[in-house]
Design a protein around this ligand. Structure first.
Ligand code: HEM
Length: 132
């Protein structure tokens, strides 16, 4: 599989799993919710792997502002996924944490959109080294 197909495919599957996690979270379907979250984590790992492979095909201009912003935001975003995990596990024990968990989940999802947008701008400004 080429890095481009692997990246686009795993990114789409990550978004599908995150969408399913939001819907099942609001419907309080815990088993499907947790399965969707596990799927999203697995697909996120695959997306990061293919993003690194894709990056090798481009000169990303490492010193450019957009590349520095994207790489920093991507690291913060990956670590930020611990927050819905922690608040979600807390909600399993104490349902009163549900509202906070929902807010944290949406904040991390917004950060994910920002990360994806900066990644797209970075790739659009990069020079292709070899055919993708
Ligand atoms: C280990 C990770 C997670 C655990 C253990 C977890 C657990 C939970 C639990 C127990 C609920 C309440 C459901 C109920 O009342 O029965 C819930 C709701 C919810 N979860 Fe998660 N969750 C996790 C990750 C996520 C992630 C990554 C997202 C974002 C895509 C998310 C989005 C939501 C939303 C939007 C709600 C509804 C909140 C509300 O009603 O205001 N969760 N989750």
């Amino acid at each position: 599989m080429t890095p481009t197909i692997g990246f686009v495919g795993s990114l789409v599957l990550t978004l599908v799993c995150l969408g399913a996690a939001v819907v099942t979270g609001y419907k309080a379907k815990r088993k499907v919710h947790l399965t969707s979250v596990a799927g999203a984590v697995a697909m996120l790992v695959a997306t990061i792997y293919y993003a690194i492979e894709l990056g090798k095909l481009y000169d990303l201009h490492q010193d450019s502002m957009i590349t520095r912003v994207h790489l920093s935001v991507a690291k913060v975003n990956t670590a930020a996924y611990l927050l819905p995990a922690v608040t979600g596990l807390r909600t399993l024990k104490n349902p009163a944490g549900r509202k906070l968990h929902g807010k944290v989940a949406w904040a991390v999802l917004l950060l994910t959109v920002f990360t994806a947008v900066t990644g797209c701008i970075m790739l659009l400004q990069a020079d292709l080294l070899v055919p993708a």
